[in-house]
Write a protein that binds this ligand. Sequence first.
Ligand code: FE
Length: 229
Amino acid sequence: MNLSTLYKISYGLYIVSSKKENNFNGQIANTVFQVTSTPPTLAVSINKKNLTHAFILESKIFTVSILSQTTPMTLIGNFGFKSGHNVDKFKDINYKSGITGAPVVLESVIGYLEAEVINMLDVGTHTVFVGNIIEAESISEGIPMTYAYYHQIKGGKAPPTAPTYIKEELKKEGGKMDKYKCTVCGYIYDPQKGDPDAGIKPGITFDALPDDWVCPVCGAGKEAFVKEK
Ligand code: FE
């Protein structure tokens, strides 16, 4: 059996949110899909350890914000690498309360759906929630982020086509273009890519990053980084 075959399945990237009384939480999920069209229903698979899981169980409501391909890593990091147990993920985030009362993230989002849970399936580590879609809005005509794009382009696994000025920077730095890894979330700072979302152009070494630069995914400071071997 070759489990890597699973990588050939396509997914999008979403923020699934819910509420519990007056508290909001949301998380990144790629496992979102339409189940039926009449009536329109939607399924999400959520890890039982996540706060969003507890909120959906309690309120029987969830919203799905569909992320654009241009979504910055900071937004994905806020909802994907932080825990609602420790931080208010909606602080400083542009969102609104949907008709369900659950939050709908509006930043970098091209559309959203709201659903009321009509069924759930216990699948061990996760629960698959199936919801009746009670609201659906398209916000813009942007391209949806796919899971593959997030990994291959945003995550830096695609080979970069290095423009000439990067090579010049390399010479200037004596070839010291070491990669550094975030010990909190695993993000790798690659000087050949820089951190465009934070205005760091390609060719900036890790040491040359500003002192207040933070991990674009989880928000950890430079001190949380170690050199990649
Ligand atoms: Fe990090």
